[in-house]
Design a protein around this ligand. Structure first.
Ligand SMILES: C[S@@+](CC[C@H](N)C(=O)[O-])C[C@H]1O[C@@H](n2cnc3c(N)ncnc32)[C@H](O)[C@@H]1O
Length: 180
């Protein structure tokens, strides 16, 4: 089992490959794994993250007191920063702030939830109130083994060493929270 990075919360399980919840259908599993072996741990571990977890100590930061992900080195444009790893599921997770959509099938929406298990990528904050615009984005990619993964990649300008890595969660994400 891989050792969690610095600042990893003790109540969250550290993962290097996604875990699959029983709610995911057999057909969805086959698509997500891309025809690779159906053994649950057959996928390769995610490459090391180019971001480190840091506590946010600036009181003007909108996520003050929480954590964020910061560039360990200069990150060129369109570079994989980290895979977003968590629990792949098809059940509803309305209260999770760490759940992102992985793929939609007719009648089945598959998400990746990093609320109780995940990796460094779960600490990526939304750019609103932090920077003028995102410097990274979510993008789905297939691993060499064929598995579908959600990745965080730098945008066209690249990222300076030490900068916070921020994405857009999307207006819908914030709208869902303001209406609940
Ligand atoms: C996926 S988590 C990001 C990591 C989180 N900061 C932490 O320390 O666990 C999403 C949560 O981070 C906070 N967050 C992220 N971006 C934010 C922003 N731009 N403004 C305010 N809060 C933000 C919100 O509390 C949100 O529910």
């Amino acid at each position: 089992m891989a050792r969690p990075p610095k600042h990893w919360p003790s109540h969250v399980q550290y993962l290097t490959v996604p875990k699959f919840h029983p709610s995911v259908s057999t057909d969805a599993l086959s698509f997500l794994k891309g025809g690779s072996s159906n053994r649950l741990n057959s996928s390769p571990p995610a490459p090391p993250s180019l971001g480190v977890i840091r506590q946010i100590t600036d009181p003007s930061h909108p996520a003050y007191g929480q954590h964020g992900l910061f560039a360990v080195r200069k990150i060129p444009a369109r570079t994989l920063i980290a895979e977003y790893i968590g629990e792949v599921h098809s059940d509803e997770r309305p209260t999770s702030d760490y759940d992102i959509s992985l793929h939609r099938f007719p009648g089945e929406s598959v998400g990746m939830d990093a609320a109780t298990m995940g990796n460094e990528a779960r600490f990526v904050n939304d750019y609103r109130g932090i920077r003028q615009k995102p410097n990274a984005q979510f993008s789905d990619q297939r691993t060499a083994g064929g598995g579908l993964r959600m990745c965080i990649c730098s945008l066209a300008e690249g990222i300076r060493k030490g900068d916070e890595i921020v994405v857009s969660y999307g207006k819908g994400w914030w709208a869902a929270r303001s209406s609940s």
